[in-house]
Design a protein around this ligand. Structure first.
Ligand SMILES: [Zn+2]
Length: 267
């Protein structure tokens, strides 16, 4: 489940992990909402990018436990935006200083006041940030010469992207780019601004880094306009349907690093 940065970006990324890989899947009941949750060291301190939602909570804690990390020791927390699938586990990290875009904070307040409709903004988004050490990013902010925080409109009015600069530049995209499919097809979904603005943000984002970790997909690079996948993606869905068996029926969707699509089914 956990992806090590050094496996895909080189040995300078030993202190970078995709704790929970993003999943570009939905059902006829709705969006599954499993986002990419990344952890890395910034000036020697632990920094988390996005938190996932309640459905991710036990696996997130398990992943931190396996790295022998106490959530209380996370010093910085970057929120790409305030949709429920990215921010609901904020309360697990009570000592973390939070970074988010000012535009999205104002937007969430407007949604919760009933001025704008956005069914994905967490009902308690503003409450979660109350009495927290928050830094609001307007357009761009540099952190210690190691990370650039940049704001891109599209999915939300001000999606926060973190660009980590080491031997290569890696962008943690949030939902400015949710998945490789929507990028390749220039077809952003769930857009809150102009559609063209969202497409332009995706294109601009490609210029600021070498590798990309989308909000809901596995990492990729972009070379001469071509998307190159850097790790496989899989999701297994189980359902308790068969009354005669103790094991659930399950289905696995998988995309290999060479774009091989596989589907397996177990009864
Ligand atoms: Zn999302």
């Amino acid at each position: 489940m956990r992806v090590w940065g050094s496996d895909i970006f080189g040995k300078e990324w030993e202190d970078f992990w995709i704790l929970l890989p993003g999943v570009p899947a939905r059902t006829d009941r709705g969006f599954l909402g499993f986002c990419s949750v990344c952890l890395f060291r910034l000036q020697g301190e632990l920094c988390l990018f996005d938190t996932g939602s309640y459905a991710d909570r036990s696996l997130l804690l398990q992943q931190l436990g396996e790295l022998r990390i106490d959530p209380i020791d996370i010093k910085y927390l970057m929120l790409s935006h305030l949709h429920y699938d990215h921010c609901l586990n904020l309360s697990l990290f009570p000592r973390a200083a939070v970074f988010l875009s000012r535009k999205d904070f104002v937007y969430a307040r407007r949604v919760l006041a009933g001025e704008v409709v956005d069914s994905a903004v967490a009902d308690n988004a503003v409450e979660l940030l109350d009495r927290r050490d928050c830094t609001f990013v307007d357009e761009e902010m540099d952190l210690f010469g190691e990370v650039s925080l940049k704001v891109f409109p599209g999915h939300t009015p001000g999606g926060l992207v973190a660009v980590l600069r080491r031997n290569v530049r890696v962008a943690l995209c949030g939902d400015v780019v949710k998945n490789a499919c929507e990028l390749v097809n220039r077809k952003p979904s769930m857009v809150t601004t102009d559609y063209d603005v969202a497409v332009r943000s995706m294109e601009k984002l490609l210029e600021v880094a070498d590798h990309f970790i989308p909000g809901h997909d596995s990492p990729f690079s972009c070379r001469d306009g071509e998307i190159v996948l850097l790790s496989e993606m899989s999701i297994k869905i189980s359902a308790d349907l068969d009354l005669s068996k103790r094991t659930p029926l399950s289905m696995e969707l998988r995309r290999g690093i060479n774009y091989g699509i596989a589907f397996s089914f177990s009864l």
